[in-house]
Design a protein around this ligand. Sequence first.
Ligand code: ZN
Length: 402
Amino acid sequence: MDELSEQAKKAKVLVAQPNYTNSFSSEVHVNHLECAVEWTRAGMWPMVQEAYERGLADAHIPEAEREDLDVEQQLLYNFQIVGRTFVHFARTQMADVAVKGGYSHILWFDDDALISPEYLPKMIDHDVDVVIAPYPMRRPAYEIGVLRSTAYRCNACEWYGYLLWDYETEKVVVLDTMPDPEGMEEETGPVACPPNDDEVFCPSCNSKDLWRDFHNHKAYRNLSALHNLDQGMMSVDGGGTHAMLIKTEVLTDRRGVVGGPAAMPPEVQEIIDTLKNNLTSSQIKKYDHYLGDLPDETSTFYEENQQGKPYFLMPKRGTEDMYWCYRARRKGVEIWCDTDMFAPHLGFAPVITKGFRVKSEEDRYQLNGNGSKREVQLTELQDDNGAIRRPVLQQSKVGNLV
Ligand SMILES: [Zn+2]
């Protein structure tokens, strides 16, 4: 692992892991061992409660090294695992611990995620509000669980439409409208992924000054492993907490311009303003109690939590982590994806059907230029977290699962 940057040395990271089932798979356990050992070897120190109470004065460090150690100059980390608790409650508890405990960062590290230990200091060095390591979903077709809206408004000419990278034609396609059949709230339009930043420009006036409309959820598309990954940092609109580092100040501080169309679509703001202007404060209280909170995206997560709207909420549809991303975006928080990383996911093993085997045999052969078949390696074992089960004991690793 590279030497820690000055910035990483100042970090105090809560590694936060909801664990509803109160158990870990051996794959995850081995990965935790690997992380803890590699982090400690690289100069990051696990904290103990005692150290915390003493103002970090003696983190869990060998006696002999204590005197030389400047705790202010040491990346400190602590695992927190919350078991047998619904995931949004668990996350809210952990967010609260991070805020009150003076942690600089939260590494959301799900209990079915695997990461390379070096990702933590790398993520800190990116110095952004939120950074996600891309990962596949648990179920076939294992889509990348990081999304970005494909709806844009041109700041120069007011054009509004959709820019998608079409898998079939391998080109950016422009749509003026996104098909939206009655009652169908799921993904519509062509099978496509978001275009990369250098492919985004206004089809009407060629301007590159476009605003990405993250309110438009039907325009969200999953990143593509082939088209969007391995190109450094990419601004995105949502993703799971699988392996996501956030600055704790994202929960407590205001970001950028507060309010405006990014916080609330103008037509929705109009409805809320009408309500607020015509209701007395006691009527608003009744409204909030019986009908749900009147939204106010100028509040920070911390303020909302104080007012009884937790850091994490379970939405009517979707998941608590994606919903948190949307709330964060509306509060002016930027979300990034380091597309050079990849955090494998403990999958749901599918029933291996005849179709799977047929596909495997098809994938096993590629056609050469002259039409003859050439056998290709199905799975290339790489010396990274891409291959977690290798049939050997790796002397260079502390955790082996064979
Ligand atoms: Zn334009």
